[in-house]
Structure formats: C-alpha cells, structure tokens
Design a protein around this ligand. Structure first.
Ligand code: NAP
Length: 287
C-alpha cells in the first residue's frame, strides 16, 4: 500500500472516530410532549418522521397538499402514541401557505419545539431543456417556503430553545446530471441555513439548526425515478427518518446518512476529475 493511501485511510479513521466520539447521546424522553411540525409528511421520509415522533409521544402538526392522505397519517400517528396529531393542507408554492402552517401549529400546540422542513415539489429526472418556469417554481417550493417558515417560527423556537431541522441531500453538496433544478434548490438551502447557523451562533441564539445530508433513500418518488437508471444503493426511509429525528433532538449541526455520504463530500474536492467521471458513469445514459 502506498504512503498516500495509508495517510488517506488514517485521516478518514481519525475523522470517523472524532465524529463518533463527539456525538451526544439521544434521550427518547426528550421528545415526549415535544411540539413538532413536519412538512411533506403525507408520504416518504416525512411520513416516517411523523410516525417516529408519534412513537416518542410528541405533539405533531403535519402538512402537505393532499388533505385526505394527511388525515390517514394523522390517525396512524395517534394510534402509535402521539399526544396530538393535527394536519393542515398547504401548498408551499403559495405566498401565504408557509406562514399559515407555522401560525396554525403555534396556536394549536401552544408554541413550537421543532420545525422539520422536509417537503419537495415533484421535478422530472431528465436533462435540463431550459424550463426556467419550472426551476423558478421549484425554488419557491423547495427553498423560499423553507426561508419563510423558518423566519416565522424563529421567535417561537427562540422561546422554547427549539430546533430547526432542514432535510437536504448529497445533491446539496455535489452536482449531478438529470436533477439540475432540484440540485440548485438543495445548494440554496445549504448556503442559506449554513450561513444562518453562523449568525444564530454569533448572536448566542437558543435555536439549533440541523442540516441533514441524505444519499439515495427508498421512497416511492425517488425509486420511480432511478429504477433501471442507476445502481446506487437506496437506504430505508424509516431509518433515514429516525436519524433525522435524533440529529434534531441532539442539536447536532450535521447529519450524513448513510455514513459514506460524508466521505463522498470530503473526497469530491480532493479528486474532482475522478468524482465527475464516477458521477457521469453511475447512470445508464445512451444519447
Ligand atoms: N428519497 C431520496 O432519495 C432523497 C435523497 C436525498 C434527500 N432527500 C430529501 O428528503 C426529503 C423527503 O424526500 P422524499 O423522497 O420523502 O419525498 P417525497 O416522497 O416525494 O415526498 C414529498 C412530500 O412533499 C409534499 N409536497 C410536494 N409538493 C408540495 C407542495 N407544493 N406543497 C406542499 N407539500 C408538497 C408531498 O405531499 P403532497 O403531494 O401531498 O403535497 C410529500 O409529502 C426531501 O427534502 C428530499 O430532498 C430524499
């Protein structure tokens, strides 16, 4: 083994041990009675997060566009142990709905401990052919609504020593083909909330921010897009959801799930040509 490889492996081990060592332990009791909003909770990772919060005995407000589905998820949350499970249908592309959701939750729950921003608008998995309107719309749903909701919720989170949890993606750290508008929205989220984190820390704010970097997760919407197109492994939505919950509850800034997304994030800048080659060749594409 060459000395570069040895140094690389040793550095990665040191980083891994340091991360594990500094990870605070999770107390499930801390979520009993916690007042939580989860967006994009009608399906996928958001739905799984709602169920986990419910099992821990939280008071939950869930939101998405489809009211009927939200009602079913809320009923299941109650059966799993949620102290409260309320829902509100909202379209995050609208000017007023993002703030309406926060106001509803603060009023019905009597305050807020966790704002978990997770929703995404549907976006095609294909080469970008100049659809500026779709890109603008997706920015509204995947980015601006997060900004609006966070700003509206900050006073309540400040009061409760609460947490802002942002569900992002490896594609918020690394570019990729076929997802140009989506990737742009995730980079915007990482830039905004990464910068806001500094300002809150410098102001000695009570509010913690967690930014969750996820790899491919086996939700219906994701698998529908990548089936037969890539062999990248998909990880379980329920486990991803639990990791997000724990990251928020332990007030950690970053989650990388699965773990190797952190290694990819580090290595991509060390070996840009190799990374670009691997990205482009991880898809079956025949022009
Ligand atoms: N799955 C993955 O492979 C993967 C990988 C990395 C990161 N992530 C991140 O994980 C999060 C969840 O992903 P997912 O795969 O679970 O997504 P998903 O299954 O597609 O769910 C998206 C959620 O957003 C809601 N939604 C869509 N458009 C909306 C709108 N205009 N207004 C309000 N709500 C809207 C949907 O419900 P309605 O249709 O009822 O509105 C649904 O509840 C996202 O932030 C995503 O970027 C996922």
């Amino acid at each position: 083994m060459g000395s570069f490889t040895k140094i690389l492996i040793a550095s990665l081990c040191v980083v891994y041990i340091a991360v594990k060592w500094s990870t605070p332990s999770f107390d499930p009791e801390s979520l009993r009675g916690a007042r939580v909003v989860v967006t994009g909770a009608s399906t996928g990772i958001g739905e799984q997060m709602a169920y986990h919060y419910a099992r821990f005995g939280a008071k939950i407000v869930i939101t998405a566009r489809r009211e009927k589905v939200l009602q079913e998820v809320a009923e299941k949350c109650l059966s799993l142990g949620a102290q409260k499970a309320l829902y509100i249908a909202a379209d995050m592309a609208s000017e007023s709905d993002p703030e309406k959701v926060v106001d509803f939750a603060v009023e019905k729950l009597g305050g807020l401990d966790y704002l978990v921003l997770n929703h995404i608008g549907p976006s095609p998995f294909s080469m970008w052919e100049g659809d500026v309107e779709h890109t603008r719309w997706l920015m509204k749903v995947n980015f601006f609504s997060y900004v609006q909701m966070a700003w509206r919720a900050l006073p309540s989170l400040e009061q409760s020593k609460g947490s802002l949890v942002i569900v992002s993606s490896l594609l918020g750290k690394m570019t990729s083909p076929f997802t140009v508008p989506y990737t742009s929205t995730k980079f915007a989220l990482n830039g905004f909330f990464g910068s806001l984190y500094h300002e809150l820390s410098m102001k000695k704010s009570n509010v913690s921010i967690s930014i969750c970097t996820l790899g491919l997760i086996d939700t219906e919407s994701a698998m529908e897009k990548v089936r037969g197109v890539t062999n990248v492994p998909a990880y379980p939505a329920s486990e991803a959801a639990l990791n997000i919950l724990i990251t928020g509850a332990t007030r950690q800034l970053n989650l990388y799930y699965p773990w190797f997304t952190q290694i990819i994030t580090i290595l991509k800048d060390w070996t840009p040509s190799l990374t670009n080659y691997l990205i482009q060749n991880s898809y079956n594409y025949n022009p």
